[in-house]
Design a protein around this ligand. Structure first.
Ligand code: MCN
Ligand code: CUN
Length: 798
């Protein structure tokens, strides 16, 4: 089924939220009146009577054996209520917990510390200050060990073994993974006219959401119920894991994710702090609050990327891409805590074949432990598609440079064509729909690509460094299907309940959880479009396991592809039932009724109809309903997607580089995105603007680095640079609409598209600017010193 997109209102024409009924369109966000007035309710806003505060003692070193832990002085400090150590947890069987990738992670270290910032002990006290002060009184005797933080050295025989807790482990190897056809790929490479090889690093970066991670745990000793407010992107999945790990019956656990100040994948894992807060509440019998500070967030929670990649691309002399080969060393830190469907240990990196028709492709990957914080899947990564897209889009530009071909012409020559969809890639992904050339053409039009080329030629003649960078991406978002995708055995489907009240207002309950994406608005719009109820009359409830149906949560831009579909299907079920009730009300057969967006009318009798509100009242009313129809107007759906959705986009970035200071200025950025049917164009643009800002940040300034001793060098926002309005240009966005054929409303995800697509566009632009120096590649972040280094020893253009 393919639906066409309703025409969009003009950009300036913001829809009046009270206009009724309205479906898709630039509706103002329902959540903003509380956010812009500072009335959001975040975890740290939760205040409970008698609440205690927890602080966590973290390892000052990257690798050390714990010889002794002395907590006597801390326990003696007035107002301290409990000191929790790994040994305390051991008594409860909670010193280690499973990670989302089936590894185990220390909750509080007992044997060794394995990265700087690792959790070692927790103090619960009457106030936050006392808890922090008490940390200083805990005396830990460490026997320092050599650390390894460079993934390239972690497999050397002399490297220290980080995970000696694992039975028989004598090295730092985690897994080998491969995809594609090695023999076929090797054969194509052997015959190819041109082969280009490029090493590249996607450095470790951090999502750094405005709100750090935290929790308030409240264990009720009388009824044995645990209520946990936490910064979670996946409240239901977390609840199930707490039940399994802590042995608390699942119906006695309520996880509430209130307003979340940005997630970006940082809030998918379960962190030791959450578990310690729960233990703190059980031990003291009081509610316990824990909130990280910025340094804790940057140094100890889920990082992103950290892939060392070698790429090879084979082509004909005239620019037909034949095959791509990739070899990756993946740094997973000290515990394999990657959040990805279990069958995909490398996430969706398999889409490194990009948007191109290939004859063969192969990837081999090795993942290793290092003395760094765990994580790996975060920061709008679409499950490692960020790495894959950067990889292929840099490689294509390296090939363009080798062939002396225009970067857009090379891409267009190799695009998968509209009539080839559904297209099965050489690594087995089935792209659902696409019209890549249309998006590329639109980006060229907005950018005036020919004009840019002419401008660049003129500037080069004058010795000025202007670069044009192009990137084209295809993403795979919307995990499930559940038969292929699960996390620790939980299938990746999502539920939605819709209930229409007697007066025709409605409530939509979702298993996904917004961290700023505007779900309260867009889900209301989906149901509004299906039922003809005004979106302001539809309340969206999420982030509370006691009040929403089960599902796996928000990440991998899966909310629209999975829960968006569930919402539309639930609304359609309601419409089907409403039709039966309407036939009774109007005393006509169902076949004689037609839907008129908000009411059922009798075909050929324009005067006779009943509105959805009238039907809702009848559904709850005193009169008889047609035989077999139950009272009420509710529906539930658990949506198991048939496939992922494959949004795509064409990005063009223009940079200027000061040849004397090597400072890169992003002057223009054109982004054309195709996410199928567009529910709320304003929200989509917001998502794209945010993602482009992320991309400029990663390309030019963001990195988490370590010194030789394994000390993290970017533990504050003074050292971890994130872009501000000064570093980004005015974004120029456009769109095309290619609906997903299997999604009920044709929508594809968009939340991570721009973060995925923009870094290669910026880097391609910088390298293009440096082309007169004969530079083909430099690794992110392209800080002035990196760019300056790359320029050294090379002749300056005349
Ligand atoms: N949307 C739309 N039409 C479409 C697709 C999406 O109007 N065709 C709207 C959706 O209805 C939703 C928003 O755009 O309101 C994002 O939808 P979707 O692409 O489904 O992504 P999710 O809702 O699943 O959000 C997750 C995604 C991820 S994985 C990261 S990381 C990220 C991102 O969202 N984190 C964010 N964007 C973020 N934005 C904010 N403000 N904060 C974060 O933490
Ligand atoms: Cu990978 S970051 Mo988002 O999927 O939550």
């Amino acid at each position: 089924m393919t639906l066409t997109t309703p025409p969009e209102p003009a950009a300036a024409d913001l829809v009046d939220n009270n206009q009724k009924p309205v479906g898709y369109g630039r509706m103002l966000r329902k959540e903003d009146p509380r956010f812009i007035r500072g009335l959001g309710r975040y975890v740290d806003d939760v205040q409970l009577p008698g609440m205690l505060h927890m602080a966590i003692l973290r390892s000052p070193v990257a690798h050390a054996r714990i010889v002794n832990v002395d907590t006597t002085a801390a326990e003696a400090l007035p107002k301290v209520k409990a000191v929790i150590t790994g040994e305390t947890l051991k008594g409860l069987g909670l010193d280690w917990m499973p990670t989302l990738s089936g590894d185990v992670q220390a909750v509080l270290a007992t044997d060794k510390v394995r990265f700087q910032g690792q959790e070692v002990a927790a103090v619960v006290a009457e106030d936050r200050y006392t808890a922090r002060d008490a940390l200083e009184l805990i005396d830990i005797d460490y026997d320092i060990l050599d650390p390894v933080h460079d993934v390239r050295k972690a497999l050397e025989p002399s490297a220290p073994v980080i995970r000696d807790d694992l039975d028989g482990k004598t090295d730092n190897h985690i897994f080998d993974w491969e995809t594609g056809d090695k023999a076929a790929t090797d054969a194509v490479f052997a015959e190819a006219d041109v082969v280009v090889t490029q090493d590249m690093v996607y450095p470790r970066v951090h999502p750094a959401p405005m709100e750090t991670c935290g929790a308030v745990a409240d264990f009720d000793r009388v009824d044995g119920k645990l209520t946990l407010w936490s910064t979670s992107q996946a409240p239901h999945a977390h609840r199930t894991l707490y039940a399994i790990v802590a042995g608390i019956p699942e119906h006695k656990i309520r996880v509430i994710s209130p307003d979340i100040g940005g997630g970006f994948g940082n809030k998918v894992p379960i962190y030791p702090g959450y578990v310690c807060a729960v233990v703190g509440s059980i031990v003291t019998g009081k509610p316990v609050k824990w909130m990280e500070d910025r340094t804790e967030n940057l140094t100890s929670t889920g990082f992103a990327r950290d892939y060392v990649m070698r790429g090879e691309i084979a082509a004909t002399r005239d620019g037909r891409i034949l095959a791509i080969r990739s070899n990756v060393l993946a740094d997973h830190g000290a515990f394999n805590g990657v959040a990805a469907p279990v069958k995909y240990p490398a996430g969706f990196f398999g889409v490194f074949t990009g948007s191109y028709q290939l004859e063969a492709a192969h990837c081999s990957m090795t993942a290793v432990y290092t003395n760094k914080a765990p994580g790996g899947v975060a920061y709008a990564c679409s499950f490692r598609i960020t790495e894959a897209v950067y990889f292929v889009e840099r490689l294509v530009n390296c090939l363009a440079a080798e062939l002396g071909m225009d970067q857009i012409a090379l891409r267009r020559k190799n695009f998968i064509q509209p009539d080839q969809f559904p297209y099965t890639t050489k690594t087995g992904w089935v792209y659902d729909s696409g019209d890549y050339d249309a998006a590329m053409t639109e980006a060229m039009r907005i950018a005036d690509y020919d004009g840019l080329l002419a401008e660049q030629a003129a500037k080069r003649d004058r010795g000025e460094l202007m670069g044009i960078g192009v990137a084209f991406f295809t993403e795979a978002v919307g995990a499930g299907p559940r038969k292929d995708m699960d996390i620790l055995g939980l299938g990746m489907a999502d539920g939605c309940d819709v209930r229409v009240h007697p007066t025709g207002k409605a409530v939509v309950r979702l298993s996904v959880q917004s961290q700023g994406q505007g779900h309260e608005t867009t889900y209301a719009q989906i149901v509004a479009e299906e039922l003809g109820i005004a979106p302001d009359d539809i309340d969206v409830v999420h982030g509370d396991t006691d009040n929403t149906p089960f599902g796996l949560g928000t990440y991998g831009s899966r909310s629209t592809p999975v829960s968006g579909a569930a919402a539309a299907m639930a609304a359609r079920k309601i419409r089907d039932k409403a039709k039966l009730i309407a036939s009774g009300m109007l005393e006509v057969s169902v076949a004689d009724l037609e839907w008129q967006k908000g009411s059922f009318g009798v075909k050929g009798d324009p005067g006779t109809s009943v509105t959805i509100a009238e039907i809702a009242m009848a559904a709850h009313g005193a009169g008889d309903l047609p035989p077999g129809v139950e009272g009420g107007l509710d529906a539930s759906v658990v949506y198991n997607p048939a496939n992922l959705t494959y949004p795509f986009g064409a990005y063009i970035c223009v940079v200027d580089i000061d040849p004397d200071t090597a400072v890169v200025k992003v002057r223009r950025f054109v982004a054309v995105d195709d996410c199928g049917t567009r529910i709320n164009p304003m929200i989509i643009e917001g998502q794209v603007h945010g993602g482009l800002t992320d991309g400029v940040g990663m390309a030019l300034m963001e990195v988490i680095e370590f010194d030789e001793s394994g000390n993290c060098l970017n533990g504050s926002l003074m050292d971890y640079l994130i872009p501000t309005a000064l570093e980004v240009p005015h974004w120029e966005t456009g769109y095309t609409v290619t609906p997903s054929p299997h999604h009920p409303i044709g929508a594809k995800g968009v939340g991570e598209s721009a973060t995925v697509g923009s870094p290669p566009a910026v880097v391609n632009a910088v390298i293009d600017a440096l082309a007169p120096y004969g530079i083909r590649h430099a690794d992110m972040p392209l800080t002035p010193s990196r760019v300056w280094e790359a320029m050294q020893g090379r002749a300056r253009p005349p």
